[in-house]
Design a protein around this ligand. Structure first.
Ligand code: PEP
Ligand code: MG
Length: 589
């Protein structure tokens, strides 16, 4: 092939997984399912059309079962994602609705499936929690697979790749990502997708660089183009100039050496340069993820999101099922703490036959503690399971979306009732568990001094605190550039919470994404946050950064910092003071 004279192009996207790689682009072709044929069906052929749909679903499920069986050992913990996809194939929102549309509207299966899928996706997209929002992508992947089976087009054959390449795709499904062979694929980039998509979660587990949401990568990049993927910065460089290439080759070598060293030291305690110890814990959604927390040196679970067990089903889980899960996690982590957050579900999510009204602003609606207090039996079932599991290890209970004292006192009353019920049944349980409040609504932050009298600890959920303080929908791309945890209003609120807590003798922790970004650490430690919790893969890097920071230096900087008028000014001050500690072994000149 002749070398073409081409311009260097820099594309900016979302960092899906950290690391740097350099290699030839391999465009993944997945044409065929974006546009489908639409036609009406004769009344006599409706039964046949429904059967054609059912056969396609069966074929799709068979294909996926094969992929699950072949899933490599190191990705086993993510098999649940694909198992959830298997369930989604028969979900009533997708499967039932498609059949209903074929029957009632006499339209072809592809068209009906596209419509059912669009409605199901919008249900998820209207949920304010980004984790649940990202589940819309799962519906899309399942839809695509069934459509390919209906239309007879092939799946992306990632296993068939014979050279070492960087994948460039419009979108990659978790099933496709899980087939990636590390000796062939160095990294991948996509036009679509975001940080909380399962595709990027898998990329982080595989520990290969990934940049997502590039929008025009497949349009601008050709097969065999040389590309650089910098997953640390969310940048892709196409056809790099000689000096860019040399610089990134060096950066890539240094990053690999850095990562090895950080992971090697993952089990060491996070004790700051001036001798303060901090617990660095893991956020999990499923019991399987405990292994990842332990492997990455986590000092416990700082946030166990309990929503997953309530999704993709028509009823609410029984106490025993919840207890079994919680007990497993607690026993695996023992003697380290497991912080179980009570159900943070949005009211418009169809979790049972219980009808919930459509809400114009779900983020401000019947969510989390509000939903639980309105449905005390559902809440008490979870509280009983938590109290029973607490007799098997160290559990803390964390309440989401608290905005007033009454919500906490009401919860305590329900805990008493739940304990009484367990007592009457003669169950083994522990009533006296630490009760924490998530500080993620500005009203809670403002009255932290009052709330402190009713709680044993605070845990700041910055994902929501930033959203509600700055009035920025955390899942809306259009305003994503304004979403900044370093906004002076957020920093001042955090300071107020920590100070109020300290004054009343309770500790403040943080479990929002802000805690997982090393550059934020000096501020968080300077403000007095005492424990941090994050995705397991981020733990070693954060521990590494804590070991380099001098907390008393950070504290000295706080007065100056709190006088700044913008996030950019704060960032500059922090970067000037501590920036060189960050990847100092990688990006240093
Ligand atoms: C948060 O809001 O910061 C948080 C940790 O909870 P979630 O992301 O589950 O809303
Ligand atoms: Mg939250």
């Amino acid at each position: 092939m002749t070398q073409q004279q081409t311009e260097e192009i820099v594309l900016r996207g979302i960092s899906g997984s950290q690391g740097i790689c350099i290699g030839k682009a391999y465009l993944v072709d997945r044409e065929g399912v974006d546009v489908v044929e639409r036609y009406y069906i004769d009344i006599d052929n409706i039964e046949k059309e429904i059967n054609r749909f059912k056969q396609a679903v069966n074929k799709a499920r068979k294909e996926l079962t094969g992929i699950i069986e072949d899933i490599p050992e190191d990705l086993r913990q993510h098999a649940y994602i694909l198992e959830t996809h298997l369930l989604l194939h028969k979900d009533k929102m997708l499967y039932g609705k498609t059949i209903e549309l074929i029957e009632n509207e006499r339209i072809n299966a592809e068209w009906a499936l596209k419509r059912a899928s669009a409605t199901a996706k919008s249900v998820f997209r209207n949920i304010s929690d980004p984790y649940l929002q990202a589940r819309a992508a799962d519906i899309e992947h399942v839809t695509d697979r069934i459509l390919r089976c209906l239309m007879g087009t092939d799946d992306v054959n990632i296993q068939g790749i014979s050279k070492r390449v960087i994948l460039v795709a419009n979108n990659l499904s978790p099933a496709e990502t899980s087939q990636i062979k590390l000796d062939r694929v160095m990294g991948f980039i996509t036009d679509r997708g975001g940080k909380t998509s399962h595709t990027s979660i898998i990329a982080r587990t595989l520990e290969i660089p990934a940049v997502l949401g590039l929008e025009r990568a497949t349009a601008l990049i050709n097969n065999e183009d040389l590309i650089i993927v910098d997953g640390n910065e969310g940048i892709v460089i196409v056809n790099p100039a000689e000096e860019t290439l040399l610089r990134y080759e060096e950066l890539s070598r240094r990053y690999e050496a850095h990562k090895k060293e950080v992971i090697r030291r993952g089990d060491l305690p996070a004790t700051s340069a001036d001798g303060e110890f901090f617990r660095v814990m893991g956020n999990i959604e499923l019991p399987e993820e405990v292994v990842a927390v332990k492997d990455h040196g986590g000092d416990g679970i700082g946030l166990f999101r309990t929503e997953f067990l309530y999704l993709s089903r028509d009823d609410f889980p029984e106490e025993q099922e919840l207890f079994d899960q919680y007990r497993e996690v607690v026993e695996l982590m023992s003697p380290l703490p497991v912080t179980i957050r009570s159900l943070d579900i949005n009211g418009d999510k169809e979790v049972s036959s219980m009808p919930t009204p459509q809400e114009a602003n779900p983020a401000l609606g019947l969510r989390a503690i509000r939903f639980c207090l309105k449905n005390p039996e559902i809440f008490k079932t979870q509280l009983r399971a938590i109290m029973r599991a607490a007799s098997h290890g160290y559990i803390r209970l964390l309440l989401p979306m608290i905005s007033s004292v009454q919500e906490v006192t009401e919860t305590r009353r329900l805990m008493d009732e739940a304990a009484e019920e367990l007592n009457n049944r003669g169950e083994q349980y522990k009533r006296d568990i630490e009760l924490g409040i998530m500080i993620e609504i500005p009203s809670a932050a403002v009255i932290a001094d009052i709330l402190a009298d009713f709680a044993d600890f605070f845990s700041i959920g910055t994902n929501d605190l930033v959203q509600y303080t700055l009035a920025i929908d955390r899942g809306n791309r259009e305003v994503a550039h304004l979403y900044d945890p370093m906004h002076p209003a957020v920093i001042r609120l955090i300071r107020h919470v920590v100070d109020a807590g300290r004054h009343k003798g309770i500790k403040t922790y943080m479990c929002g994404e802000m805690a997982a970004d090393s550059i934020n650490l000096p501020i968080l430690l300077g403000l007095g946050i005492e424990e941090l919790s994050m995705a397991p893969q981020s733990i070693p890097e954060i521990k590494n950064m804590i070991r380099k920071v001098n907390v008393s230096d950070a504290k000295k900087l706080m007065d100056t910092l709190l006088q700044q008028s913008s996030a950019a000014d704060m960032q500059r001050i922090i970067t000037d003071a501590f920036g060189e500690l960050l990847y100092e072994d990688v990006y240093a000149e």
